[in-house]
Structure formats: structure tokens, C-alpha cells
Write a protein that binds this ligand. Structure first.
Ligand SMILES: Nc1ncnc2c1ncn2[C@@H]1O[C@H](COP(=O)(O)OP(=O)(O)OP(=O)(O)O)[C@@H](O)[C@H]1O
Length: 303
């Protein structure tokens, strides 16, 4: 696997809505997070992407102080995540991957109960959304389908009008219509209220629809953290004909991966650092260049 390609922020940014530095976490002597450092800018919509088991939920839980890392630190607006005050908790909304059941309550009872703890609780939003999603207040939480339970968890997280919204694979149990609606809601919260959003996913198209930034986690390491548009502009796959490939001695600057091209020569993926020029190879006669779809770029980066 490639060494870490692009570290995010080197300095620990304590003013950031969410920041982690050097997070290491092991379970049963297996490293799940291997030194993750990341800071999320105010107003960013960060899509955290990675394959099953990459460590996304573990990272999110450590960022919010729900688990303690073995090493490293996490802060929420500069406050250590393991010691969040009620005032900080009121400013953040969290949709866990598996929302807690509270099975003995009805939908409306649970939301009314939770709402009492939030000064900015938007009861009108709750009523309108429950109606739009055809979720009667009188339904028992225990009897909801996983998708319905996820919708209730989303309402619960959004109703306090949080400044920071953290969603762990929020769309996993939603149907395509629900997923689109949720993504629209995330985009409008970010656009209109300046809400900072972190959401994890393994669906690249969801990420492309709403994220301003992307972080790619692979086997517990953060391989990429970038603005989404910049990432799209900075990558190229180069098809290098055999005659040119034979003369290549060293790695190409920004090289991410190289493999034999099915029709001869080499296929080299390049990720140009921010502000750096393209490598000279791009202009060599016979070399063809194409931008990669993000999904392919993630595969190359983790190859
Ligand atoms: N409490 C735990 N005890 C033991 N192992 C754990 C625990 N929590 C997570 N793991 C392991 O850590 C690894 C990362 O899990 P995590 O849930 O963070 O991944 P993920 O990227 O969110 O995966 P997915 O996309 O499948 O939800 C997995 O191999 C998982 O089995």
C-alpha cells in the first residue's frame, strides 16, 4: 500500500468544529486507527469515505468522545471530546450507524422527551418531517423498520438545529428517494445555516452530490483529505506507450500507482500536490492523459 499520500493539517487546529491528532485505536491487538489526524473547517461538508471495516465509525466515535483512543487527542470546538459539556452537546447532532432503540417509547414521546434538552429544538420541523415521511407520532419505536428508525434518528439529530452535524452512514437503510431527500437536507443546512457536516459513506455518488471536502480512510489510515473540486482537478491517469515507459527511470512526481497497460506500456496515476505543476511526462508525445472518476482514484490510492 502507498504511504500516506496527503496528510491533512499538520498543526492541531483547536478552533475547528472537529479535530483529531494522531489517533491510534486497537481492538484485540488489531490496529483499527493508525495515527489519524484531521481537522474539519467550519461550514465544510466532509464526506468520510472508506470500505467496510476501514475504521470510519471508530473514527467518528473517537471524534465525539464516545470511545477513548489508545493514543492521540480529539476536540470539539477546542473542548476535549472525552469531556464535552452539555452546552457543547446542545450544538451538535449525531446520527449513529445503528440508532439506539428506546423500544418502549412511541416516536412522538421520544422526540418530545429529547427536545426538552435543546433550547433551539424546532418542533415545527419535527411535525412537518414526520408527516412528509408518513411516520405517525403514535408508532412504537420497536415496531419501526430499520429505514424508518434511521429517519427518526435523522429528525432527532436535525431538530435541535445543530451547528455541527455528524452522520454515520445515514443513508445505509434509506431507499433511493429517502437518500436523495437526506442529501438535499444536508446541502441546504450547510448552504443556508452554515452547518458543518461530517458524514460517512461508501457510496461515491452520495459524496459527490453534497460534499465540499473528502477524506479517504483505508485500513485505519487517512490516505487523502482534500477539497472535492481540487481532488478532481489534480488527478490524471497517464497511458504511457512502451517506448516512453522504457525510458522512465524514477517515479513520476505525484505518482500514486503504476501498472501495465492492457495494450502495452504503462498506466500511471498521478495526484499533483496543491499548487504544483503537472509532471513533464504529461506533455511527452504519445502519452495520453485522462481524469479519473473519483471511485477509480480511491482504488488507485489504496492499491
Ligand atoms: N468494539 C469493537 N470491538 C472489536 N472490534 C471492533 C469494535 N469496533 C470496531 N471493531 C473493528 O474495527 C474495524 C473497523 O470498524 P468500523 O466500524 O470503524 O469500520 P467502518 O469503516 O465504519 O465499517 P462499515 O463501513 O462496515 O460500517 C472492524 O474490523 C471492526 O470489526
Amino acid at each position: 500500500m502507498n504511504a500516506m499520500l496527503e496528510r491533512s493539517h499538520t498543526a492541531f487546529d483547536t478552533a475547528a468544529p472537529l479535530a483529531v491528532d494522531g489517533l491510534i485505536k486497537q481492538y484485540d491487538n488489531r490496529s483499527v486507527l493508525r495515527g489519524v489526524s484531521l481537522a474539519i473547517e467550519p461550514g465544510a461538508v466532509l464526506g468520510l469515505i472508506g470500505r467496510n471495516g476501514a475504521g470510519k465509525s471508530t473514527l467518528i466515535r473517537a471524534m465525539l468522545g464516545l470511545i477513548e483512543p489508545d493514543t492521540g487527542r480529539a476536540t470539539v470546538w477546542g473542548v476535549p471530546a472525552l469531556r464535552l459539556t452539555d452546552a457543547i452537546k446542545q450544538r451538535l447532532g449525531y446520527v449513529p450507524q445503528q440508532p439506539e432503540a428506546m423500544a418502549w417509547l412511541q416516536v412522538g414521546e421520544m422526540l418530545d422527551f429529547v427536545g426538552r434538552f435543546y433550547p433551539r429544538w424546532d418542533a415545527a420541523y419535527v411535525d412537518a418531517t414526520l408527516e412528509r415521511w408518513q411516520l405517525p407520532r403514535s408508532r412504537m419505536l420497536a415496531k419501526l423498520s430499520p429505514g424508518e428508525r434511521q429517519r427518526v434518528a435523522i429528525v432527532r439529530a436535525l431538530a435541535p438545529q445543530p451547528e455541527l452535524l455528524v452522520l454515520d452512514e445515514p443513508a445505509s437503510a434509506l431507499d433511493p428517494v429517502g437518500r436523495r431527500e437526506l442529501l438535499r437536507e444536508i446541502a441546504s443546512r450547510a448552504g443556508e445555516s452554515g452547518t458543518t457536516v461530517l458524514f460517512s459513506t461508501h457510496i461515491v455518488s452520495d459524496l459527490e452530490r453534497v460534499a465540499s471536502h473528502v477524506a479517504f480512510l483505508h485500513e485505519g489510515q487517512l490516505l487523502l483529505h482534500s477539497e472535492l473540486d481540487s481532488l478532481k482537478e489534480r488527478n490524471l491517469r497517464l497511458h504511457v506507450p512502451e517506448a516512453v515507459a522504457a525510458q522512465l527511470r524514477d517515479d513520476v512526481p505525484g505518482e500514486v500507482s503504476r501498472r501495465p497497460h492492457p495494450y502495452g506500456g504503462l498506466s500511471i496515476t498521478v495526484l499533483r500536490p496543491e499548487g504544483a505543476p503537472w509532471p513533464d511526462l504529461v506533455t511527452v508525445q504519445g502519452v495520453r492523459a485522462e481524469a479519473l472518476p473519483l471511485e477509480d482514484l480511491f482504488i488507485e490510492v489504496s492499491a
